[in-house]
Design a protein around this ligand. Structure first.
Ligand code: BES
Ligand code: MN
Ligand code: ZN
Length: 467
């Protein structure tokens, strides 16, 4: 599972057709003479955002296109071009520099298709000539990372169980000569991952819970250590506190955090960033069986803190508790975790803007700034200490479902994780949605890669510049 579409973006090819980026009510006379202006007028092309007009040549063949940029060009809008332009080789005109490069990457992201389950895969793709001087290989690595995360999320739970996640992790590790260790099933108890075991033990024998740990460059103790942690709930039924039908419908995506951690980890290794890297993925199915963990149970955790189970549907924070604790044992300089942790995150910020939690203002600023620079936004949310008491338990050290009075479910889930996060270095948590619910050309409904590009840009800036 590599999901590279190198054909989408090509360097320096001849014989391409122009896509002219046109601002709202912008001039058209330079774009092929009076005929273009007349054709545009006849089609009421005004350059409003997303408007696309194909230009014919004298022989009736496609000669070019106009693409509306509205008041100012948003490079992400070029995703739609990959889906809407007729098949052929295209180049962007009227946009330069970093904007043109961002648009070219957006084009590659927009060309993603998930047709594995279709008898007849989609038709021919359009291709884009990369702007001069662009590092096409780097852009394709980034696009492939996003495609990997999306494809893993899009794949039904029946075909994306803990074993399949492990298989992908093994492929990623071997490609970069990284080490990989997997602890599975009853061995989780022996190895002291009690919370991961408890959440995942109800699954069928072929889908036993596991923790997957990739290590890269670990002997390079001169380099900073980055840990990436992901929630890999391959299907979240809610467990015994079962979800309703609507809430369960899309829960194949509940391994989105694991997909993001693996995709970003692969990207960090392929980009050869000067870091040591640990990727930790807890892969479990939150299933229902006689052996399922129960509301009212008290779980042990790797850290030694006991956890009272108020609701078995708050399972992500349980497996992350053990995985984050394990990350801390490597004494990381920086830890990032990704998790489809709460429905409340989507209520707070909607599907497109992932909440970012960190106590470290510098890391927050770096991530937000990187997100803006690469058009992959994040929004900072507070680890509000005033709500800490909402996860106090009468019975155990902490509880997994916060008291109703605190209400802010994404915040209280982050506060829970904070209890288990590494004590060395800085830590950030992203409560991602990993899903696009609104189908548009270039943004198909389905798995969404969120914050991978922002995190990669942040890591590249933080760790390459000084060296
Ligand atoms: N995986 C869900 C969170 C989720 C739901 C993410 C919908 C994206 C869309 C998580 O395991 C969960 O069920 N969280 C509960 C926690 C509650 C029981 C304290 C939630 O958010 O409702
Ligand atoms: Mn749940
Ligand atoms: Zn979940």
């Amino acid at each position: 599972m590599s999901v590279l579409h190198p054909e989408l973006l090509v360097a320096g090819a001849a014989g391409s057709l122009p896509v002219h980026i046109v601002l709202k009510d912008g001039p058209l006379d330079g774009l092929g003479g009076a005929a273009t202006a007349a054709w545009a007028g006849a089609h009421e092309f005004t350059g409003k955002t997303g408007q696309l007009l194909i230009l014919p040549g004298p022989d009736g063949a496609v000669a070019g296109a106009l693409f509306g940029a509205g008041e100012s060009f948003d490079p992400n809008s070029a995703r739609a071009l990959a889906a809407r332009l007729p098949a052929g080789l295209w180049r962007l005109e009227g946009v330069n520099g970093t904007e043109a490069e961002a648009a070219a990457l957006a084009f590659a992201l927009g060309g993603y298709r998930f047709d594995r389950y279709r008898a007849r895969p989609g038709g021919e793709r359009s291709q884009l000539v990369a702007p001069k001087g662009m590092d096409v290989a780097a852009a394709l690595r980034i696009a492939a990372a996003c495609a990997l995360a999306r494809e893993m999320v899009d794949t039904p739970a029946a075909d994306m169980g803990p074993l399949q996640i492990e298989t992908i992790a093994r492929e990623i590790a071997s490609e970069s000569k990284a080490t990989i260790a997997v602890t599975e099933g009853e061995a989780l108890l022996e190895a002291n991952y009690p919370a991961i075991h408890a959440v995942g033990r109800a699954a069928s024998p072929a889908r036993q819970p596991r923790i997957i740990e990739i290590g890269w460059n670990l002997d390079r103790t001169d380099l900073p250590l980055v840990a990436l942690v992901g929630k890999g709930v391959v299907f979240d039924s809610g467990g015994l506190n079962i979800k309703g039908g609507a809430g369960m419908r899309n829960m194949k995506k509940d391994m989105g955090g694991a997909a993001h951690a693996l995709a970003l980890g692969r990207l960090v290794m392929q980009s050869k960033l000067p870091v040591r890297l640990v990727v930790l993925v807890a892969a479990v199915e939150n299933a229902i069986s006689a052996d399922a963990f129960r509301p009212g149970d008290v779980l042990n955790s790797r850290k030694g803190l006991t956890i009272e189970i108020g609701n078995t549907d708050a399972e992500g924070r349980l497996i992350l508790a053990d995985a984050l604790c394990r990350a801390g044992e490597h004494k990381p300089d920086l830890t990032l975790d990704f998790a489809t942790l709460t429905g409340a995150a989507r209520i707070a910020l909607g599907p497109d803007l992932p909440p970012l939690y960190t106590e470290d203002d510098t890391l927050a600023d770096e991530l937000l700034e990187a997100g803006r620079a690469v058009h992959d936004p994040l929004w900072r949310m507070p680890l509000w200490s005033g709500y800490r008491a909402s996860i106090d338990s009468e019975l155990a050290d902490v509880r997994n479902d916060s008291a109703a009075w605190a209400q802010a479910g994404s915040v209280t889930a982050a506060l829970f994780l904070q209890r288990f996060a590494p004590e060395t270095g800085v830590w950030a948590h992203m409560d991602i949605f990993a899903w696009n619910p609104r189908a548009r050309p270039g943004w198909p409904e389905g798995g969404a890669a969120q914050a991978i590009r922002a995190c990669h840009a942040m890591l590249a800036r933080r760790y390459s510049a000084a060296r």
